[in-house]
Design a protein around this ligand. Structure first.
Ligand SMILES: C[S@@+](CC[C@H](N)C(=O)[O-])C[C@H]1O[C@@H](n2cnc3c(N)ncnc32)[C@H](O)[C@@H]1O
Length: 298
């Protein structure tokens, strides 16, 4: 019975997604985000982007084929571990170092669908200088950094083994990748004083509310006006959702777009009122539920 109903539910969701998508143009929605949003509905894009995705997915499969071989990864710490407010001298402690199998590592990277979504975002935005916090094996970095206008992808990873892996994965599709093996704050201490204005920032690691707000605030002065800022896993936990609910009140964003899995914001250097908010979970086909991650130890 359930199986019989499923295609109808899927069809109804698609209709809602299409109708929501149709409502966006001419309604003040950022032009540069439209193709990526449309892709989430059609799941079809051009041949060049699909070929890049095929190359990245072949590499993901190769990584997964190492099966149960183990690699260190920094798991996200418990909510509250960084205190209750962002202070100027805050340095959030990273979470527990866990061992993931190569299969898990391959799965941890953003999926083809979300990878292509970010590739299209970076392409339409003509992002040249890209910074990623949370490399893992370099899957999302490959999608974003292979966008045609990328001149420099810098990506930060705390696990030496994962940074090493990413150094072999990224050059397959990205022309100028730099993998920095350090904790986020240590790497930012080094690069922020010298980095050119950032066009695209992707924060995908240390998924804890205060830590996320802290990293965003640290990088903010180095963003170019109009930069894209993508926050991953905004519904991973209630704590991350609370973080997103603070970000959508941030006057330094002109738009805050909730795709359920990721939050996409447009940065503005000067702003006095909260951003325009867009609930685009229907477009992404994502429900309003919030995750309850396990693995946190007292
Ligand atoms: C969700 S994974 C990143 C996935 C990757 N963006 C992708 O989609 O392919 C998060 C990564 O951030 C790293 N990480 C977490 N906290 C960190 C910290 N404080 N400093 C440096 N790396 C950290 C973890 O080791 C992990 O590899």
């Amino acid at each position: 019975m359930l199986n019989a109903v499923r295609p109808f539910v899927r069809g109804a969701r698609k209709l809602v997604a299409k109708s929501k998508l149709r409502s966006l143009p001419g309604n003040g929605f950022p032009q540069s985000v439209l193709p990526a949003a449309a892709y989430l509905v059609s799941e079809k894009t051009d041949e060049r982007a699909e070929k890049i995705a095929d190359r990245i997915e072949a590499e993901r499969d190769r990584l997964a084929s190492f099966g149960s071989q183990k690699v260190d990864i920094l798991y996200s710490p418990k909510p509250g571990s960084a205190g209750s407010t962002v202070t100027a001298d805050l340095r959030p402690s990273h979470g527990e170092v866990m061992q993931f199998s190569m299969e898990q590592v391959a799965r941890t990277g953003k999926t083809r669908r979300w990878g292509l979504f970010m590739h299209l975002l970076a392409r339409e935005h003509r992002s040249a200088n890209i910074l990623e916090l949370g490399t893992c094996a370099g899957i999302s970095g490959s999608y974003i950094g292979s966008s045609p206008h990328c001149q420099q992808l810098r990506t930060i990873e705390g696990s030496p083994a994962l940074a090493e892996l990413a150094r072999s994965v990224l050059p397959l599709t990205v022309s100028n990748p730099t993998v920095i093996n350090a904790l986020f704050d240590e790497a930012l201490d080094d690069i922020l004083p010298v980095i050119e204005p950032i066009d695209f920032l992707f924060i995908d690691g240390h998924h804890e509310k205060i830590a996320t707000l802290h990293y965003w605030q640290r990088v903010r002065p180095k963003l170019r006006d109009g930069a894209i800022v993508v926050f991953d896993d905004i519904s991973w936990s209630q704590d991350m959702r609370d973080g997103w609910n603070e970000l959508v009140r941030e006057p330094h964003f002109s738009h805050a777009m909730d795709f359920g899995i990721v939050g996409v914001c447009i940065y503005r250097t000067a702003g006095t009122k909260p951003p325009r908010q867009w609930d685009l979970r229907a477009i992404a086909g994502v429900g309003k539920g919030v995750g309850n991650p396990h693995g946190w130890r007292n």
